[in-house]
Ligand binder design. Structure first.
Ligand code: 5CA
Ligand code: ZN
Length: 411
């Protein structure tokens, strides 16, 4: 698939420092400063428009990329689109629509939203459907290797045996009880007859009547499971080990646990990702924003209402990426005011030291993406510039470049 168009990112003087990021597997903040960084982010299942939760997660990993680049690192970034899965088929059926048309429309809208929010595009934007031959091949490898098994009920369904990786559980750090509780809420099927372990995840779903299917070679016709999709796309485009596996914290288990297990069994290398990085959930009225709950605020709706996407971005950056947080009208109003103040300050004839501001923002973001801290420094700079404090005539331009390059806020 084609990714969206990017924007020019201003070059800042000097270099940013090494990034430190929280890793869910090690449960702590550790350096992530590879020379040639490889990042995989779990993208949308396109059965509805992009909501502010998706946007917040995409902004989080956009910051990772910006900080790496500012530190002089090369970045290879891959994102997927789950353009075949149960929720997509269910929505299409409910609305009497062709699932392909639905997926194409929502993916196109997502691209527009990403562009409006100034998210630097991935080098590879990859659909599940276009990856099916690669996925089927890897499922066959897992079967031959004894890490997967076919159910003997005539469905052709193939499951991964979680005992095939001794490390299963290291990424989420969950107890078996916790896993069993969450698994069915996140697409798992613990009660399926014939499975060796209730937590074994689906690798290949044999063809059913009235469901799309693709040739699977020795697997027979069918379609891929969810976790193997992300494992195979990442392995194919980024290699056996990656630096960051990213997504929202709803993917900690089973999705990232299972895809790490698949990848590690396929390559014999562990850990699959150096950092498993998870963005907090954006909620509305105290509940996680989700398509199934229907409590959504769409980026495209806000754009249609002529809300400046930069204000949306600023509002989402005003909380720390790891915290679950709530979207409110007040949050947006505050971001609109902040954006107006910053724009005024960038037009001031002079201000306090731009170099100091840049160093401060770099330091805040390198510290596990402390965007609230970075915003506070920019606020303080803007307030002083507007009060006529400071005599650095180059500072307003550097202020604008700093918030553009590092925060993705175009003034
Ligand atoms: N296609 C899969 C990932 S492979 C998926 O989870 N799709 S999604 O459309 O449900 O979500 C897309 C991305 O947004 C995922 O990284 C997910 O973790 C994240 N996300 C979903 N809901 C929220 C939310 N309310 N707040 C923050 N991030 C969210
Ligand atoms: Zn994924």
């Amino acid at each position: 698939m084609e990714p969206w168009a990017g924007h020019e990112v201003p070059r800042l003087p000097g270099r940013g420092g090494p990034l430190a990021l929280y890793d869910s597997a090690r449960q702590g903040v550790y350096p992530s400063d590879p020379t040639d960084a490889r990042m995989y982010v779990c993208g949308i299942t396109p059965y509805d428009a992009t909501h502010l939760g998706h946007a917040a997660t995409m902004i989080t990993f956009d910051l990772v990329q910006r900080v790496w680049r500012d530190a002089g690192r090369q970045v290879r970034y891959v994102q997927n689109v789950t353009d075949i899965d149960d929720p997509l088929l269910e929505r299409a059926e409910r609305d009497g629509e062709d699932w392909v048309v639905l997926a194409m429309r929502e993916t196109a809208l997502f691209r527009e939203d990403m562009e409006a929010l100034r998210i630097i595009p991935p080098q590879h934007y990859v659909g599940a459907v276009e990856s099916i031959p690669d996925i089927a091949e890897k499922v066959q490898v897992l079967l031959k290797d004894g890490a997967a098994y076919r159910l003997e009920d005539g469905t052709g369904d193939v499951y991964f045996d979680i005992s095939a990786t001794p490390r299963f559980g290291y990424e989420s750090n969950m107890s078996r009880e916790q896993m069993l509780e969450i698994f069915p809420e996140r697409g798992g099927d613990p009660d399926r007859e014939g499975k060796r372990d209730p937590l074994d995840p689906l690798l290949w779903r044999g063809a059913r009547e009235r469901e799309p299917s693709w040739p699977g070679g020795e697997l027979g016709p069918g379609r891929p499971g969810w976790h193997i999709e992300c494992a195979v796309i990442a392995l194919n485009l980024l290699g056996d080990r990656i630096d960051v596996q990213g997504g929202g914290n709803d993917l900690i288990f089973p999705h990232h646990e299972a895809s790490a297990a698949h990848a590690e069994r396929l390559t014999g290398e562990a850990p699959f990702a150096d950092h498993y990085v998870h963005a907090g959930m954006i909620g509305l009225d105290g509940e996680k924003m989700s398509k199934s709950r229907g409590n959504l605020v769409f980026v495209s709706r806000l754009r249609a209402d002529r809300v400046d996407p930069m204000a949306v971005r600023l509002a989402l950056l005003s909380g720390h990426y790891r915290s679950d947080r709530t979207w409110t009208d007040e949050l947006l109003a505050a971001a609109q005011e902040r954006l107006a103040r910053w724009r005024q300050a960038a037009a001031a004839p002079a201000g306090p030291s731009g170099a100091e501001l840049l160093a401060g923002v770099r330091a805040r973001l390198a510290d596990d993406l402390d965007s609230p801290g970075a915003l506070a420094l920019a606020d303080a700079w803007a307030e002083q510039a507007l009060a006529g404090t400071g005599d650095d005539p180059a500072a307003p331009a550097l202020f604008a470049d700093t918030v553009d390059a590092l925060l993705g806020i175009r003034l």
